[in-house]
Design a protein around this ligand. Structure first.
Ligand SMILES: [Zn+2]
Length: 71
């Protein structure tokens, strides 16, 4: 499910995570040559990605789970 980036923070290892509008976080690591996200290394780069959409896997997982509502 595509969710917009509304902010960022760093985890314990210093890896950047994007905060998505749904409240979930998703890592946006820069790990060349496998993953190239140089934009995440600078504040200007991160700001330039605000509002971009990432595919939130957690939202997909939650949507795929059967509802647990009582009948
Ligand atoms: Zn989500």
């Amino acid at each position: 499910m595509n969710r917009r980036i509304i902010g960022y923070d760093e985890d314990e290892q210093g890896d950047w995570r994007a905060k998505l509008e749904c409240g979930h976080y998703q890592h946006v690591r820069h790990r060349p040559p496998l993953v190239s996200r140089e934009w995440v290394l600078t504040e200007a780069g991160r700001k330039s990605r605000l509002g971009f959409e990432l595919n939130c896997k957690r939202c997909d997982e939650e949507a795929a789970q059967p509802t647990t509502d009582c009948e």
